[in-house]
Write a protein that binds this ligand. Structure first.
Ligand code: NI
Ligand code: MN
Length: 226
């Protein structure tokens, strides 16, 4: 599995034969100017919640690629009206797709569309393939529910957590989340994009190291392999 960071909460995940993109917010992200969305190929788009910084480029990418959206029921209905196809889920549910299984997990946050319409409840995802298990938290506070993920779904290879603070958990809470998740390898996201969520990279890495955990901060456009 190859995971490329496209900035903010946007990851391009390549499994053996499918490509999945999460929360595409590229054209609105000054830090992601090097990414050309017209070249992005995606079989699926995972959407954690309806906020603008998670859905801005959904429609463009979906229509360029005939992509299937995976999100909560309300978000799938919203994009269905715009002509996008999708698979609706809700918290606690799982579904077997052609690339593997998706579990829709709990998140503590809000989820309105940019015009104020109700966007359902926010969530996160666990992606399970034959070889790997990856947790993508979405925008969330630290929550005790995270303990259930390794217990009920299984051991994680890596967890993607928001670390920018203010709108989501910050570094201290992400370290605790890593303990709850029983996963010491954390890929940080949802930081630096705007003023409220700028972080000190060096301090963040040091705090994780002190807790004997690994924090990975990928430059935009860079990838890691599992
Ligand atoms: Ni949000
Ligand atoms: Mn956000």
């Amino acid at each position: 599995m190859k995971i490329t960071y496209l900035g903010h909460s946007c990851l391009l995940i390549e499994t053996q034969d499918k490509t999945i993109i999460t929360d595409p917010f590229i054209t609105g992200n000054d830090l992601a100017k090097s990414i050309d969305i017209s070249t992005i190929k995606a079989d699926y788009i995972l959407i954690t919640h309806a906020h603008q910084d998670h859905i801005l480029d959904v429609e463009t990418i979906a229509k360029n690629n005939d992509t299937t959206l995976i999100s909560n029921f309300e978000i799938i209905n919203y994009f269905a009206e715009k002509g996008c196809k999708g698979h609706p889920m809700n918290h606690g549910g799982k579904w077997h797709f052609d690339f593997g299984t998706i579990h829709y997990t709990n998140a503590i946050h809000t989820s309105s569309f940019p015009n104020g319409d109700y966007g359902g409840q926010p969530g996160g995802f666990v992606i399970e393939t034959h070889h790997h298990r990856l947790y993508i938290a979405g925008d969330t506070a630290l929550t005790y529910d995270m303990k259930l993920i390794p217990e009920v779904i299984g051991e994680l290879d890596i967890a993607v957590l928001p670390i920018g603070d203010n709108f989501t958990m910050g570094i201290n809470e992400a370290i605790k989340a890593s303990t709850f998740l029983n996963c010491n390898k954390i890929l940080g996201y949802h930081y630096d994009t705007f003023g409220y969520i700028k972080i000190n990279h060096k301090e963040a890495m040091e705090q994780f190291a002190k807790a004997k955990k690994e924090l990975i901060l990928l430059p935009i456009g860079e990838h890691l392999k599992l």
